[in-house]
Design a protein around this ligand. Structure first.
Ligand code: NAD
Length: 488
């Protein structure tokens, strides 16, 4: 507990605007709670509309100098930030565990993943390029150059407090953009600590501004309406993303939207069943089921269903539930009590329609917002759990008879973020790559995230990509210049 107190002492409790840590203009604060105990960890400043405007204006003032900073200098700052996050990895991991609830081992995994965006985009910062060539008529020279889009507003969710921040901040800074970051009010401490780390790495005043707030709607609207803003990047739920897209239309802003998912996890008869079970456990229970990439619907070949369900149920029986800091815990608390109620209701709806409850399904009495990890099988069509993002540790199994049926089931959702498929038949795998409507696919693997890969969704799961060479393009705009052929 002393390590936790010492760590919390190190975290700033104010807003970062224009290089100054300062209280909110109206003096409001918000409490950050430990979801495992319900206790307040720290009280921090909650930004007002005026603070939001100040932050975007600071980002606007800092933009010309940052955009003109040599790419190598921007790269070196990001690389230093990567090194500092590595040095502080235990602090970052513990902070995420206590404010968000994930087990410590998983928090360490997120630090490695989240830090990687700083390193990857430090490497991409020096590779921004354009093209030069003749027009087809031969009368002119076409010059294509890339430019940072300008001040960007980055809104992040609570489920991956470090990685969702670095996945946006690193490419923005690498491209030469300045940013205003609004972390989720439930988990702002990791973002604040990241901002402290970025300052120490040499990020100049005004380039990164951090404004946690419990008035998201008003503060975000004022920032998006500000004429200096050029870009909105959002990770969160689809309904909020749709709202932000409408607001961004007024200023014709560039947008990136990483929204909700409803991932199918297909297990074909020719799959290696033990591999599929291992992948299923990762794809479902990582982050206590609270990942946009979490497998939501396990679509399993009918002859394998009983064995698959028995094996995953055995694994779930061994899972230890508790505070993420406790030894051996693999299932921490859900983010809040509302999330527990919603998850229990989804299970109850499915069982009322005839699904079989194999294990779990009930809330664990507080303090803290815990639920038992759960397996349900033979979930009937029409159940809410097949349509909605579960965002909890519930593994729901649906049988299928033919490959055609499996693909149709997989695609029967408005979402299209990620899918998983287990098969040893290469021709089938090729057919799946071409027929499943998702932006990402795990083929015989249960986790796909990687800083070097283009993360993002199809359909109502979003617009744009984060990570990979594509990630920096989201923060660049293109200029085409025509000049005469110098030889005629
Ligand atoms: P959320 O949409 O409720 O909130 C996300 C962020 O938006 C938070 O910072 C919140 O404070 C803010 N917000 C909420 N309403 C707003 C408004 N009207 N205007 C401006 N900001 C607003 O989502 P959440 O519950 O924090 O996160 C869970 C959701 O995020 C899930 O749907 C999940 O699938 C999605 N998610 C997607 C990805 C991805 O990369 N596609 C990654 C992680 C999470």
């Amino acid at each position: 507990m002393n390590a936790e107190k010492d760590l919390l002492q190190k975290i700033e409790s104010q807003l970062l605007i224009d290089g100054q840590w300062r209280a909110s203009s109206d003096g409001n604060t918000l409490p950050v709670r430990d979801p495992a105990t319900g206790e307040i960890l720290k009280e921090i400043s909650s930004a007002s509309v005026q603070d939001g405007i100040d932050a975007v204006e600071a980002a606007d003032r800092a933009f010309p100098a940052w955009a003109a900073t040599p790419p190598r200098v921007r790269a070196d700052i990001l690389r230093r930030a990567f090194d500092l996050v590595q040095e502080r990895k235990e602090d970052f991991a513990l902070l995420m565990t206590i404010e968000m609830g994930k087990p410590l081992a998983e928090a360490r995994g997120e630090v490695a993943y989240g830090a990687e965006f700083l390193r990857w985009f430090s490497e991409e910062a020096v590779r921004i390029s354009g093209r030069y060539g003749s027009n087809p008529e031969g009368t002119g020279r076409m010059i294509v150059t890339k430019h940072p889009v300008g001040p960007a507003f980055l809104i992040t969710p609570w489920n991956f407090p470090l990685a969702m921040g670095t996945r946006k901040i690193a490419p923005a800074l690498a491209a030469g953009c300045t940013v205003v970051v609004k972390p989720a009010a439930l988990t702002p401490l990791t973002t604040i600590y990241l901002a402290q780390t970025l300052e120490e790495a040499g990020v100049p005043a005004g380039v990164v501004n951090i404004i946690p707030t419990d008035h998201s709607v008003d503060v975000s609207a004022a920032i998006i309406d500000h004429p200096a803003l050029r870009k909105v990047s959002f990770t969160g739920s689809t309904p909020v993303g749709q709202q932000l897209l409408k607001q961004a239309a007024n200023g014709v802003l560039r947008t990136s939207m990483e929204l909700g998912g409803n991932a199918p996890f297909l297990v074909f008869e020719d799959a290696d069943l033990d591999d599929a079970v291992e992948g299923a456990i990762q794809a479902k229970f990582r982050n206590i089921g609270q990942a946009c990439t979490a497998a939501n619907r396990f679509i399993v070949a009918r002859p394998l269903v009983d064995e698959f369900v028995e094996k995953v149920t055995e694994r779930v029986r061994e899972m230890r539930v508790g505070r993420g800091t406790d030894e051996g815990v693999v299932i921490g608390p859900l983010i809040d009590h509302r999330a527990v109620e919603k998850t229990v209701a989804l299970v109850a709806d499915a069982t009322a329609r005839g699904a079989t409850l194999k294990i779990g399904g009930v809330a664990i009495p507080g303090p803290g917002s815990f639920i038992e990890p759960t397996v349900i099988s033979n979930v009937p069509a029409g159940s809410d759990i097949l349509k909605e993002e579960i965002f909890g540790p519930v593994l729901a199994v649906v049988p299928f008879d033919t490959e055609e049926d499996a693909v149709a089931l997989a695609n029967s959702t408005e979402y299209g973020l990620v899918s998983y498929a287990y098969t040893r038949d290469f021709a089938r795998a090729q057919r799946l790559i071409e027929s499943i409507q998702t932006g990402m696919m795990g083929l015989n693997v249960g986790v796909v995230s990687n800083a070097a890969a283009p993360f993002g969704g199809w359909k109502m799961s979003g617009l744009g990509r984060e990570g990979g060479p594509e990630g920096i393009e989201e923060y660049l705009q293109t200029k085409y210049t025509l000049s005469p052929n110098p030889f005629v």
